[in-house]
Design a protein around this ligand. Sequence first.
Ligand code: DHK
Length: 148
Amino acid sequence: MPKPIHVLNGPNLNRLGRREPEIYGSTTLAEVEAICRDAAGECELVFRQTNAEFQMIDWIHEAIDDSSALLINPAAWTFTSMAVMDALKMYPHPLIEFHISNVHRREPIYHKSLVSAHATAVMAGTGARGYGHAIRILREMIEDRRVA
Ligand code: DHK
């Protein structure tokens, strides 16, 4: 039985839909989860969000041991957390760093990711719909490894 794809979301993403809609759009986190589950098809999916850094670290450790791929939107921790970076450095399977907004067109504080050097791929600026595309890409990456 293949291990699940894990989708982890960082701080303030629980407020999607109400949070700066001009930047993040009107899609809620629950709708993002539905987008992910639809894209996952028959693949098992673990979908989580936290505002607590220790919880994110613990979930990354769980994904290291029990997932086939990881889609993470670290949100603000992308730019601030060496603890999240150090945890993601241990991740051995396909990993996509995802941002709803194009962080490179925003304030300079959003331009230096601590995560990107440890990700298989980075997606930014697609809007919430990109979560579904990221899941489909991870499914293909998992399959590529299986047939390699
Ligand atoms: C979400 C956040 O909360 C910000 O801190 C990031 C990211 C951008 C996003 O676009 O999904 O900088």
